[in-house]
Design a protein around this ligand. Structure first.
Ligand SMILES: CC(C)(COP(=O)(O)OP(=O)(O)OC[C@H]1O[C@@H](n2cnc3c(N)ncnc32)[C@H](O)[C@@H]1OP(=O)(O)O)[C@@H](O)C(=O)NCCC(=O)NCCS
Length: 160
């Protein structure tokens, strides 16, 4: 549980973290959805402007997202957010995105966007994101959600 855990956010750089990053994405975003064509060598994961992130809880990998610094110099995009299957709804998704937003701010990004799974829309709304269907990241027809830097994250209902 997030309440008692020691959390840290790392940019994936070493072999062990790459393995954990791909394993979480493969199991949560592909295999749990009946898809078996995950590509761990997709070039987008290795572009210098794209930061693959791993959330560690007591040194154990629990969640991933990729922070893409888009070419317009103002926008950060969050891609492929995933929390390990038996650790969902414990606060790790919120903890990861809040830390990733801080990292995006350090890169002077003023706008955060995420193209999200439809059943994850309530999660993103909880973190202050709003639907913006006219802005498309062009990956598929999942809704795009947007948040301006500086807007408050609504407080969690849980005490952590
Ligand atoms: C969606 C996902 C990333 C959310 O992470 P999580 O760790 O489970 O969520 P959290 O525990 O941090 O939840 C944060 C808040 O959102 C709410 N929330 C999370 N998922 C929700 C859902 N599906 N429906 C409604 N509310 C939800 C929580 O209740 C919590 O509210 P609170 O802070 O007021 O108590 C995670 O469940 C997951 O990996 N799901 C499968 C893959 C997926 O859908 N990825 C998203 C792709 S865009």
């Amino acid at each position: 549980m997030v309440l008692n855990a020691s959390l840290s956010l790392v940019i994936v750089r070493n072999g062990e973290h790459w393995t954990e990053y791909h394993q979480i994405r493969r199991t949560v975003l592909w295999e749990a959805r009946g898809r078996f064509d995950y590509d761990s060598s997709h070039p987008d994961d290795y572009l210098p402007s794209n930061l693959p992130l791993l959330l560690l809880s007591d040194k154990v990998a629990v969640a991933t997202v990729r922070l893409d610094l888009l070419d317009d110099s103002r926008t950060a995009a969050f891609r492929r957010l995933a929390v390990v299957l038996d650790k969902q709804r414990l606060g790790f998704g919120r903890a990861l995105i809040e830390r990733a937003e801080t990292m995006a701010l350090e890169h002077e990004r003023q706008k955060f966007v995420a193209q999200v799974a439809r059943d994850a829309v309530p999660f993103w709304k909880k973190l202050g994101y709003e639907m913006q269907s006219e802005f498309s990241l062009g990956m598929d027809d999942n809704p795009t959600m947007v948040k301006r830097a500086g807007s408050q994250n609504p407080p969690s209902r849980q005490t952590r």
